[in-house]
Design a protein around this ligand. Structure first.
Ligand code: UD1
Length: 312
């Protein structure tokens, strides 16, 4: 790899990829509009060149892509419920931004763009595990927007010969995930609340299940996707997950043990746009990248709880 650009570099996934790249001695540039990303997340990334700008600005994308070999496009406005509330902003920061990044990457001669896809693309199809041959069925505006980005990736591979790789992440969690917004991922919220002795709320009956994926596995998949031969991965899409799932009720029980929280969860009505079960088939990433999830759910939760504890 020569020079790398990480979009969303002040966000949870982006900063984690940037840290891994720096640790390998790569030259890294990051861009973030700090809308949901945080300056604190840049600590430890001092060796990274940082641009504070918005990807909806084509000029900013051009500056960010100049001289770059590989783009890790992690920037997005995450969250299903946020997209239900405000679909236009989700579209702008997921779809318009992605097209701008691709155009700037094409014009700058970027070799490879790796895109953070979302398991939400599968929607509420009853078939489990979700495999890449399944017809997408996005339910929420967020899912539709992330899927649109995937289609742009594939079309840029087809018509401009760019090496695009889509990694469909399944419920990523771990250190640096923001617990402080109503749109935060469930494990970040639960860790923070339970460590503080505050009752978490489960939306629905808690029997919904997710293939919760620890951040190190996602970082590893990105590094593998950057290094894989073009003939194997260019224009491809694959799941990045663990291939196992847990219900929210089960997860609550493990977290109670790890945090020492002795209360019960509160239950509230299920969220609009929520899906019931999510579990990935990860054979394609195994085959194309040699990917294997190294950190399993319980160990990931343990590390995550330790990290939130160290922050509080
Ligand atoms: C969805 C997408 C995921 C995407 C993420 C971005 C699917 C399968 N996944 O995840 O690809 O990256 O949005 O935000 O669509 N919950 C509670 N209590 C809380 C918070 C959440 O019970 O305090 C519940 C939710 O209702 C949901 C589950 O926990 O059933 C997981 O929610 P969340 O962490 O927001 O992720 P998803 O919506 O599954």
């Amino acid at each position: 790899m020569a020079r790398c650009l990480v979009t969303g570099a002040a966000g949870f996934v982006g900063r984690s990829i940037a840290a891994a790249l720096l640790a390998r001695g790569e030259t890294v540039r990051g861009i973030d509009n700090l809308l949901t990303g945080k300056c604190e997340n840049l600590s430890g990334l001092e060796a990274m060149e940082f641009i504070e700008a918005d990807l909806t600005d084509p000029g900013a994308c051009a500056r960010a892509c100049a001289g770059i070999d590989t783009v890790f496009h992690e920037a997005a406005l995450a969250s299903v419920p946020r997209s239900v509330q405000d679909p236009i902003s989700t579209h702008r920061h997921c779809v318009d931004a992605t097209l701008n990044v691709l155009l700037a990457a094409r014009d700058a001669g970027v070799r490879r763009v790796i895109y953070a896809g979302s398991s939400s693309a599968y929607g509420d199809t009853p078939t489990l595990p979700k495999h890449e041959e399944m017809t997408p069925n996005p339910i929420s505006p967020y899912a539709a927007a992330k899927l649109a980005g995937e289609h742009y990736m594939r079309s840029f591979a087809r018509v401009y010969g760019m090496e695009t790789v889509v990694l469909r992440y399944f419920n990523v969690f771990g250190p640096y995930q923001d617990p402080g917004s109503p749109y935060s991922g469930v494990l970040a919220v639960f860790c923070q609340r339970m460590l503080a002795g505050r009752q978490p709320t489960i939306f629905g009956d808690g029997q919904q299940s997710r293939d919760f994926t620890y951040i190190d596995n996602v970082v590893e998949a990105n590094l593998l996707a950057a290094a894989a031969p073009a003939g194997k991965v260019a224009g491809q899409m694959m799941n990045v997950a663990t291939g196992a799932s847990s219900t929210l009720n089960e997860t609550f029980d493990i977290l109670a043990e790890l945090t020492g929280y002795s209360g019960k969860p509160a239950y509230a009505p299920a969220r609009a746009g929520d899906i019931r079960d999510s579990l990935a088939d990860i054979r394609r990433a195994e085959e194309l990248l040699g990917y294997r999830p190294r950190v399993h759910f319980r160990e990931g939760l343990r590390r995550t709880v330790d990290w939130y504890r160290s922050q509080s």
